[in-house]
Design a protein around this ligand. Structure first.
Ligand SMILES: [Ca+2]
Ligand SMILES: [Ca+2]
Length: 279
């Protein structure tokens, strides 16, 4: 090998080694830069679901067709904010509604999940401000939650006045109807009621019977089928009234509608989860 060749090889080796060093020294920077970019992407804030200040998440007592649904509970005892949630098999209006007993009510457009064609469970808390309602109807009662209007009747909750012409002092009941109305069939409890006391009420149908629960306990059940056939009609879900012929005075909270008949233990679980907010 000539001197000239040796010099040439020497330069070539130096060139390769320098290139290798440069490549090695650059490589970590490139990786770091990529990592930084990835971290930036990961660090992008994910929008958090907005929840009203008055609502706090609560444990989930009721699985709906293998899906678990977050059930927001009410933190403050008095609030006018109502958070609604509606999925395929479940609806809730969580929060406290204050109702003046004169003309206050709230309607939610008709949905299939409000109808008891398979089964239905409706859960709510009520707190009457009077035992004798100013705007009552019929023999002396108010409809405080229900789905029905003339020619499109389905189901209702009723609370009787302390004085009424059927001698049903403050009876709280849940009835189902044929769509034409007329006589309904349902279940009730009739206890001494105190003004300002929260009561948890659940009405349920399973295709054969109506059920009513008070504070997580089954109180009554009655066979309605085949006399009554509940039809999926077009009336809205109404809270505080049914069709504005009578109005509940007081508070109604956490109205939940499940498009199936919940088990007794599921109903007790709802009561147990929610009761600390309504004591
Ligand atoms: Ca009964
Ligand atoms: Ca309907």
């Amino acid at each position: 090998m000539s001197k000239k060749e040796m010099l040439l090889y020497g330069f070539m080796i130096l060139f390769l080694v320098t290139g290798l060093i440069v490549t090695i020294s650059k490589t970590p920077k490139k990786i770091q830069a990529q990592n930084a970019k990835q971290q930036e992407t990961q660090a992008t804030p994910i929008p958090t679901p907005t929840v009203s200040e008055n609502l706090v998440p609560a444990p989930v007592p009721v699985p709906v067709e293998n899906k678990k649904i977050e059930t927001p509970a009410v933190k403050n005892k008095v609030s006018s904010s109502v958070e609604t949630q509606s999925v395929k098999d479940y609806f809730s209006a969580a929060g406290v509604m204050s109702l003046d007993g004169k003309d206050d009510s709230k309607q939610y457009s008709d949905k299939d999940i409000f109808s008891a064609t398979k089964g239905l469970t409706v859960s709510a808390w009520i707190n009457p401000a009077t035992l004798q309602f100013a705007k009552s109807e019929g023999t002396g009662y108010v409809h405080w939650l229900g789905k029905g209007k003339s020619g499109a009747q389905e189901w209702i909750f009723r609370m009787y006045n302390k004085e009424n012409s059927e001698n049903r002092p403050n009876r709280i009941s849940f009835y189902v109807f044929n769509k034409e109305g007329g006589w309904g069939i349902g279940s009730y409890f009739q206890d001494a009621i105190k003004v300002g006391q929260w009561i948890h009420v659940v009405g349920k149908v399973d295709g054969k019977k109506t059920y009513i629960y008070k504070n997580g306990a089954l109180r009554d059940n009655d066979v309605y089928s085949p006399e009554i056939k509940i039809t999926n009609c077009g009336a809205p879900l109404s809270i505080g009234s049914r069709d504005k012929k009578s109005f509940f005075e007081g508070k109604i909270a956490n109205v939940r509608v499940y498009n199936r008949a919940l088990s007794g233990s599921e109903i007790t679980a709802i009561y147990n989860v929610e009761k600390s907010n309504f004591s």
